[in-house]
Design a protein around this ligand. Structure first.
Ligand code: UD1
Ligand code: UDP
Length: 388
């Protein structure tokens, strides 16, 4: 059976790789799990291995924090000898973080088959490091596992071969559905004096929201207003913890450390609404049917708006307060995208192993000359430059 290397580096990656690892091992593939070490605190890494029953990584790159460029360089340098040593038949990367990009680039240089899980998502916001990662990782991948039809459309628009693009559904939803009943047993609400349906849950970690003190202050003001209507609890990401000023925390906003997966799922499931800038949380609230306000100007997950419970509200306090007030009166209807059914990883494993049994190389040189000029790539760069 083939050897497949799975790469994870940050909090959301662990939820994405777990079902893929299980599905591959169920089919007797030899899986080598690599932790790139981009996230390393217990609350950002180990807790997820415990909560998800994920076995310890076979290799840990231990690369740690730095600028995006430093992290990319360190992870690439650390990953290259590991890849050469294991020489897998395929590498699977997930999501859009720095570790995803770094390991994808090394794999592309090695000539080993590369599969990207969560391919095709686009925010069209070039100020987000993740948007650069999404586009580049897709470009160097052989297999593009898309979570939703909008992602498929983006990939077709950029000129990828139809046989590279596979609509498989959402692996994060696989993990959610597999763990929801265990999460409901968590006592996280009681531990923090919360009552089901009587609080709002907040997460913030996008650089555009938390690195700029003015932007963060504006958001805190808006959250303070929402907290007059509904008490809020926020699990604080380490990036945000470094920037929050105790004097700027509004009354009614309770701060907690980053939560483990089961506790956080319980908090989401029991919240009256969620206010977030997370990508994964937009998806999870959609599946849980919990109203979500996304505190960003764009989303790479528009399906959570078209078919889920998500509303894009940006950072303007009046918009945020108005949307929160509307949700308290009339929650949005519950709808769930097709194939977000708990079986995405099974589809991925079947397709990947079939592909390895009869490989067709889909390297980017195969792209038609007209490829990659769609979806406003240069135009978006110009827009981003004008905004700066
Ligand atoms: C990263 C991803 C982002 C993802 C998020 C998930 C990139 C470019 N960004 O953002 O897409 O949504 O992870 O949570 O890959 N830190 C700690 N302990 C840790 C990890 C980080 O203290 O275990 C602190 C460090 O000060 C670090 C900062 O958080 O400099 C930011 O970490 P980093 O991994 O660079 O980016 P995130 O904001 O976590
Ligand atoms: N999450 C968690 N604890 C928290 C906040 C988030 O377990 O305190 C989970 C959440 O349920 C989802 C994932 O982390 O599965 C989302 O990660 P994050 O928001 O850090 O990254 P993004 O999805 O924005 O890349």
């Amino acid at each position: 059976m083939p050897t497949v290397m799975l790469v994870a580096g940050t909090r959301p990656n662990f939820m994405k790789i777990k079902p893929v690892l299980d599905a591959l091992e169920k089919r007797a593939a030899h899986v080598v799990l690599v932790h790139a070490g981009q996230h390393y605190d217990h609350a950002m890494s180990e807790v997820f291995f415990a909560d998800l029953g994920l076995r310890a990584p076979d290799r840990h790159l231990g690369t740690g924090s730095g600028t995006v460029v430093q992290q990319t360089a360190r992870i690439m340098t650390a990953f290259e000898p590991v890849l050469a040593d294991i020489a897998p038949d395929a590498v699977v990367v997930v999501g859009d973080v720095t570790a995803t990009l770094a390991c994808a680039l090394v794999t592309a240089h090695s000539g080993i088959t590369l599969a990207h899980v969560e391919a095709g998502l686009r925010s069209r916001d070039w100020d987000m490091p993740e948007e650069i990662n999404r586009v580049v990782v897709d470009r160097v991948s052989d297999l593009l596992f898309a979570p939703s039809p909008d992602a498929v459309d983006n990939l077709h628009g950029e000129g990828y071969h139809p046989h590279q693009i596979r609509l498989v559904g959402n692996v994060m939803v696989d993990t959610l559905l597999a763990n929801l009943s265990r999460a409901r047993e968590s006592n996280v609400l009681a531990r923090n004096g919360l009552k089901a349906g009587e609080f709002g849950l907040v997460t913030l970690h996008r650089p555009s929201n938390v690195d700029d003190p003015v932007a963060l202050g504006t958001l805190m003001t808006a959250l303070g207003e929402v907290a007059r209507l509904l008490p809020l609890v926020m699990t604080v990401h380490p990036r945000t913890a470094k920037r929050l000023d105790a004097s700027g925390i509004p009354t009614g906003l309770q701060l907690l450390p980053p939560a483990g997966y089961l506790d956080f799922l319980s908090l989401q499931a029991e919240a009256r609404m969620v206010l977030t800038d997370s990508g994964g949380v937009q998806e999870e609230t959609t599946v849980l049917g919990v109203p979500c306000l996304t505190l960003r100007e764009s989303t790479e997950r528009p399906i959570t708006i078209a078919q889920g419970t998500n509303t894009l509200v940006g950072r303007d306090p009046q918009r945020i307060i108005g949307a929160a007030t509307r949700i308290l009166h009339t929650p949005p209807p519950r709808r769930c995208p097709a194939l977000w059914d708990g079986r995405a990883a099974e589809r991925i494993a079947d397709i990947l192993l079939d592909h390895l049994a009869a490989p067709v190389r889909n390297r980017p040189t195969d792209l038609p000359a007209s490829g990659l000029d769609g979806t406003g790539h240069p135009a978006n760069r110009a827009v981003a430059r004008q905004r700066r």
